[in-house]
Write a protein that binds this ligand. Structure first.
Ligand code: NAD
Ligand code: DAU
Length: 339
């Protein structure tokens, strides 16, 4: 079995590669990644020691390159993690989100069709469903919740999902789509809430909470996401969408306070800053379908997962300190300097 993992030098893709190397030691894995600001080859250092793993640098939207790679490698399965993934960046610069997230998806599917790939799996997000109100805790996203996007990022992911479904119906491409809630864990780029708060708290820097910090996210430990994708690509029904999430809703301010407490820092570090434009209020996944059909359930509780994550950031300072000492400084100044 040969699997192409696009975006494997990023947060979830790299965790997926490590997960698959353990779960299926006989599989060949190829990682295709452009190594944008979010991709980091150092993350794959251990994976690269395995002779059944190969890294290829390239752009999923580069047609000629993608086609020649597919012709050469003859993949059985494609799992597409590659994306521009940060909502705040999509508000600053939407264009690249459309190119990578939509045209890149199209390019991969065209190459998959041309070379007889047996399963094309699109890693999507719960953000395609828009948001839920805070005063209706009885509401959850199901696979039939209408697509209703808020940011250029979520609109680009939703566009890709529609295209994936169209390729299934029109061309018979054997696809599956997963829509997961917020992930956290090792190798999470420090522009995102949890790693940003851990890094800032460790450096005694202000913790920038958007708005009043009341927005709710449904957190899932990254390994549980990886296991769900493994189940879907092997046993999921072709043409289907599967939501992934573990009923673990938390207000941002509570997540930040948990991190502060675990690190023994002061809540005085919390700084309320101007809200994100179009900020989604609440995400909450109903995972009934993946549970009933594939038997998936999350195995890591938030208390366990956040402690493991904090420990990882404490034990791997070199990984994130290198990131935040480079180009990231300009990004941080631009996003938070006058907020
Ligand atoms: P990430 O930003 O950490 O990683 C993205 C990776 O894709 C990077 O390695 C980057 O170099 C690569 N990439 C970007 N553009 C590329 C291109 N044109 N060609 C090839 N590679 C390219 O993102 P992540 O958080 O790991 O998210 C991975 C996927 O999961 C995304 O599709 C995202 O929409 C989805 N997702 C993320 C979450 C989350 O909480 N992080 C939740 C649900 C779904
Ligand atoms: O739900 C899945 C999505 O989760 C994925 O599709 C996205 O790729 C991923 O980035 C994530 O999107 P969010 O926008 O929810 O994640 P982020 O970590 O950027 O923000 C989480 C919440 O924290 C959100 O309500 C905004 C808030 N926030 C974020 C940052 C970076 C802050 O209050 N302060 C911050 O500095």
């Amino acid at each position: 079995m040969k699997i192409l993992v696009t975006g494997g030098a990023g947060f979830i893709g790299s965790n997926f590669i490590y997960y698959m190397q353990k779960a299926h030691p006989d599989y060949s894995l190829v990682c295709l990644d452009k190594l944008t600001y979010a991709g980091n080859l150092e993350t794959l250092e251990e994976a690269l020691k395995n002779p059944l793993f190969k890294f290829v640098k390239g752009d999923i939207a580069d047609r000629e390159f993608v086609f020649s790679l597919f012709e050469e490698e003859k993949f059985d399965i494609v799992v597409n993690f590659a994306a521009e993934s940060h909502v705040d960046r999509s508000i600053e610069n939407p264009g690249v989100f459309l190119t990578t997230n939509i045209l890149g998806t199209q390019t991969l599917m065209d190459a998959a069709r041309a070379t007889g790939v047996k399963r094309y799996h699109q890693v999507s997000t719960d953000e395609v469903y828009g948001d839920l109100p805070l005063d209706r805790p009885d509401l959850f996203f199901t696979e039939t919740t209408p697509i209703h996007t808020s940011s250029p990022y979520s609109a680009s992911k939703a566009s890709a999902d529609l295209l994936v479904q169209a390729y299934h119906r029109t061309f018979g491409l054997p696809i599956t789509i997963s829509r997961c809630s917020n992930n956290y864990g090792p190798y999470h780029f420090p522009e995102k809430l949890i790693p940003l708060m851990i890094a800032n708290a460790l450096n005694d820097k202000p913790l920038p909470v958007y708005g009043q910090g009341l927005n709710v996210r449904d957190w899932l430990y990254v390994e549980d996401h990886c296991r769900a994708i493994d189940m879907i690509i092997h046993n999921g029904r072709v043409g289907e969408v599967y939501n992934i999430g573990g009923h673990n809703e938390k207000a941002n301010i509570d997540v930040v306070k948990t991190i502060i407490k675990a690190l023994g820092k002061s809540e005085d570090l919390i700084t309320y800053v101007t809200d994100r434009a179009g900020h989604d209020m609440r995400y909450a996944i109903d995972p009934t379908k993946i549970h009933d059909e594939l038997g998936w359930l999350p195995t890591t509780t938030f208390d366990e997962g956040i402690q493991k994550t904090i420990d990882w950031y404490l034990n791997n300072r070199a990984w994130w300190e290198k990131i935040i000492s480079g180009e990231y400084q300009n990004y941080y100044e631009k996003m938070y300097g006058n907020r």
